[in-house]
Each structure stands twice: as structure tokens, then as C-alpha cells.
Design a protein around this ligand. Sequence first.
Ligand code: NAP
Length: 263
Amino acid sequence: MALITGGGTGLGLATAQRLARRGYSLVLASRSPAHLAAGARALRRRGAEVLTVPTDIREYDQVVALVDRVAEQFGRLDVLVNNAAGNFIVPTEKLTPNGWRAVVGIVLDGTFYASRAAFPLLRRAPRPSIVNIAASYAWLAGPGTAHSAAAKAGVVALTRTLAVEWARYGIRVNAVAPGPIRTSGTDRQLWNDRTLVARVTRGIPLGRFGRPEDVAAAIDFLVGPDASYITGEVLTVDGGQWLGHGVMELLPSLPHRRRQQNP
Ligand code: NAP
């Protein structure tokens, strides 16, 4: 069974759908009952067993209660995906301490809280695994993302530390670092400007934005048997964006540059 924080929307829901196809039962946890209900409806339509637990991941007591519900209902936990996040673009000189705390609280505290609370249940599973969702801007230094980038960099550090500490319990801990992914949420908030979308696309060597399914496929791989010897890894899913950073602008005039077709 798999627990996905923020599993009612975006990448979390795409991951839930992917894992449901693999036969996992799912627990979705986030604050909004409406997000959870919509996610659960989409999953149940395809026959998945789903439990939703309204949870604010910043509150450790709520996270402990969430894991208790999982234990009660399923008696096991095989996969934890720490996906919940909050973010907004803001120049650091305008970022308030509250804004900083909110984002770091969800992303970094939330990842620690869920991992810590889930540990006793996870360690009893036959092939337990955690996947944390980081972001390539943790090391790309994207302007306006200081709070989120710092929190995601912390998530990467936590991933590697827990991978080493919890290997003795058989728990693998990995991360996926998405680049720009288009979801209905990011289309509304971020990618609603065609010029910006075109500009970002030009900076992606594979020539397209990522889709939630690209991230879900990476998570599916990391929790599956083919990744049984992989732990502490950060798998970047960004079409090569961070490697080509700053240089891609030079390429459009070269004849061999070809946009990747959506698979
Ligand atoms: P999203 O749809 O906004 O997902 C964020 C989820 O987190 C929501 O379901 C939200 O649900 C939940 N959440 C927020 N605050 C919470 C809290 N305090 N407690 C519990 N749950 C909370 O965004 P997304 O694009 O799918 O992002 C998913 C993950 O991918 C995040 O970790 C994000 O940083 C990462 N990522 C995304 C991109 C991208 O381009 N989309 C790029 C890099 C990394 P509620 O509102 O119901 O609480």
C-alpha cells in the first residue's frame, strides 16, 4: 500500500494513478477535502482502493494520526511518497518570515514528519521505500524560489542521510527532482504566459515541458523491484534542462536541434 502526501492533485495524483495500476492500495493525505475527494473519485473510477485522510503535513500530531489510520485500515505501509508542497515566486527581499515558514514547513518539516511517523510501519514491510519530491531549482538557483529551493535542498540532504541510516532496516530512500512540469495548477499560476512558456521550452534540451506522468513513471521505477539496489539517489526528470542551463539559447539555429515528440 502507498501513502502519497498531496496525492489529490497534480503530480501526486498522477503518481497515485500509476501506482494503482501496479495494484497498490492508496492513501491520499492533504488539507483540502475537495482535493482529496476529486483525487479519490478519479482513482476509484479505475477500480483502486483509496482512503483519504485530511491532514496538514506541518502538524506532527496530524501526521501521526494519519499513519495510525493507515495502520488501522491496512496494517502495512510499503511506499511513502513525500509530495506535498506549497510554493510561490517572490523576490527574496519581499519574502516574509511567514511565507518562508509556510513553504519550509510544508516541504521540509512535512517530509521529515511523514518519514519519521511512518518509520515503524514502513520497516515492517517486505520492500519498503520512500520517494521524496525535490526540484531541480534546489541547485539551479532559480530567482524567486529561495524559500522553496532551500527547503528542497534540505529534502535532498534528508533523502541521502535517511538512505544511509535506514538501509539497515531495508528502507530505500530516493528522490525525484522534476524540472518544469505542466499541470492544471501550474498552467493557472505559472505557465499562463505564452512568451514565458516558449522561453522556458527553448531552455529544455528535449524541447518540451514535462508531464505529470513523466514524474510518476520515475517514482514507479524507484519504488519497484528494478530499483532494489538504488538508494540515496536523486533522479532528475527535467528533459535535460539543468544540464543545458544557459547554453540552450544558442542552439535553435543549429540544424540538428529537434523538438521531442510527446510519447
Ligand atoms: P500541486 O498540485 O499544488 O500539489 C501540491 C499538493 O500539496 C496539493 O495536493 C496540496 O493539497 C498539498 N499540500 C499543500 N500544503 C499542504 C499541507 N500543509 N499539508 C498537506 N498537503 C499539502 O503541485 P504539483 O505541481 O503537483 O507539485 C507536486 C510536487 O512536485 C511538489 O513537491 C512540488 O514542489 C514538486 N515540483 C513540481 C514542479 C512542477 O513544475 N509542477 C516542479 C518541481 C517540483 P491541499 O491543498 O489539499 O493541501
